[in-house]
Design a binder for this molecule. Structure first.
Ligand SMILES: Cc1cc2nc3c(=O)[nH]c(=O)nc-3n(C[C@H](O)[C@H](O)[C@H](O)COP(=O)(O)O)c2cc1C
Length: 200
């Protein structure tokens, strides 16, 4: 029987078809799946589009309601569907442009909905222990200015990966997309080429 992997593709590129970041991330997913196929592993891709408003920031009432369910170990409610999907994933791809030095708020809202006691994390020795079994997370991002001065989004994703069990985080990032005199198409192509060579 062929091996199989579940890849969860989280799209926080809110400019839709205009987004350069999503072009890179889609390339990554394509070459990743091709490589796995060559190795005899079938990859099923589930995509979460954060522009469709499925996830909302939690307010006080939401937290009380959610806590009442997690305390009972009752995860049947649809508010847990996203976290269950993440808990089933083997590979995670997050695509998010740099907004305001990190990433769009919709990605934080998504993460807020993913951090569910008993489903995606628990606690052990006074700290968090991840319950997800993601082997590898890929973080794809582009920025208008110098990306090396704007690593907070990546750092946060690394910490969340540690908390939830999202494996090691490999980043593919490019900056200077909006600087006069630069060649954004060339920058994107270079990043795609780097990804292609990593998945030969
Ligand atoms: C709301 C907003 C906030 C942004 N904030 C930053 C920023 O803090 N630093 C930066 O270098 N570029 C910033 N940019 C520029 C984007 O990071 C850049 O254009 C990126 O390539 C956009 O990716 P996309 O084509 O996938 O949407 C911002 C753009 C938008 C629309």
């Amino acid at each position: 029987m062929e091996d199989s992997l579940r890849l969860l593709f989280v799209d926080a590129c809110l400019r839709g078809g205009e987004s350069r970041t999503i072009e890179v991330a889609e390339h990554l997913v394509k070459v990743f799946c091709e490589k796995k196929k060559r190795e005899g592993t079938q990859v099923s891709v589930e995509r979460v589009d954060l522009s469709n408003g499925d996830f909302k920031p939690l307010n006080g009432e939401d937290v009380v309601f959610r806590d009442s369910l997690t305390r009972e170990g009752n995860y049947d409610h649809r508010i847990f569907d996203g976290a269950k999907q993440l808990a089933r994933a083997d590979v995670l791809v997050i695509a998010a442009p740099c907004w305001d030095l990190s990433f769009p708020a919709m990605l934080k809202v998504y993460i807020e909905n993913m951090v569910v006691y008993g489903l995606t994390f628990t606690t052990e020795d006074d700290w968090f222990k991840g319950l997800c079994h993601v082997d590898q997370t890929f973080y794809v991002s582009t920025s208008g200015g110098d990306i090396s001065r704007q690593q907070w989004g990546l750092k946060y994703i690394r910490e969340i990966a540690g908390m939830l069990g999202l494996g090691s985080v490999k980043e593919y990032m490019a900056g200077r997309m909006d600087i006069d005199g630069e060649n954004p198409e060339g920058i994107i192509q270079k990043l795609k080429d780097e990804i292609s060579s990593d998945f030969e």
